[in-house]
Design a binder for this molecule. Structure first.
Ligand SMILES: Nc1ncnc2c1ncn2[C@@H]1O[C@H](COP(=O)(O)OP(=O)(O)OP(=O)(O)O)[C@@H](O)[C@H]1O
Ligand SMILES: [Mg+2]
Length: 240
């Protein structure tokens, strides 16, 4: 028996007539950051959406913390302990930062110790606590979206391309924040920015055409330039 926190075995997902995930085998060990890499259209977002029950797997098994996720709807999967930050930085633009977080908290009340912990790595949220979220910068909106996902303790956090479109200075802030976050929560991080994740990741999986084509440690991939080129090709060059 594997002691992975999350495991996908032979997972297939169809979207309409398209067969997108074609037998995904992915394990997320407990603790640290598992990075999911792959070119545009490889199936990374579809994998996260299938884990959350936003797409239904047509075959295969998904197990989280010892139980099957098959047949559970999205609220039940969130309730089981999985949080999801989609690519689109879901924040309520008309509401303040505070209101965004209150809405994400169970029973509408924020635990103050947890909020202080979030402020410790996202100090901008404290500064802009009463500002309308829609007026924040892209990086700050990303911080609100991540804070919403972690305002309640969750065993696993799924994050889809958090650095997309952000300036290098904000990416550095996110890097520091993820370093602190991974001490508390297991994270499955989808990214195309290899220079960001090579400093963060513990385990890595690479997708292509709806399948996992490589898995190993980030340390091994980060040290092997030829393997990076073979697996990541042009996607890597774009970030160097
Ligand atoms: N709603 C949809 N309807 C039809 N096809 C879709 C839909 N969503 C995704 N796809 C297709 O599924 C494939 C995988 O898409 P997915 O969004 O999972 O890729 P990705 O790895 O996240 O790519 P990116 O790096 O560009 O975000 C692509 O070929 C895409 O066109
Ligand atoms: Mg995607």
């Amino acid at each position: 028996m594997s002691d992975a926190l999350l495991s996908l075995t032979g997972v297939h997902t169809h979207i309409g007539d398209y067969h997108i995930l074609q037998g995904v085998d992915l394990e997320v060990p407990r603790g640290g950051i598992t990075v999911l890499l792959g070119r545009n259209g490889a199936g990374k977002t579809t994998t996260l959406r299938t884990i959350m029950g936003l797409w239904r797997a047509s075959a295969g098994e998904l197990r989280f913390d010892g139980r099957s996720l098959r047949g559970l709807d999205t609220p039940a999967i969130a309730q089981a302990g999985i949080a999801y930050v989609p690519e689109s930085m879901a924040v309520f633009g008309q509401l303040t930062v505070r209101e965004n977080l209150v809405l994400a908290a169970r029973a509408g009340a924020i635990d103050s110790a947890r909020l202080d912990w979030i402020f410790s790595f996202f100090p901008a949220l404290k500064t802009f606590w009463h500002a309308q979220a829609g007026n924040l910068s892209g990086g700050q909106k990303q911080m609100v979206a991540i804070a919403r996902a972690i305002i309640e303790p969750r065993a696993l956090l799924l994050v889809d391309e958090p650095t997309k479109g952000l300036s290098p200075a904000i990416v550095l802030k996110l890097l520091e924040a993820f370093r602190q976050l991974k001490e508390q929560t297991t994270i499955l991080l989808v990214e195309q920015n290899f220079n960001f994740v090579r400093q963060l990741g513990d385990t890595v999986a690479v997708m292509d055409d709806g399948r996992i084509v490589h898995r190993g440690t980030m340390a091994a991939l980060a040290a092997d330039r030829a393997l990076q080129e073979q697996l990541l090709g042009l996607a890597l060059d774009a970030h160097q």
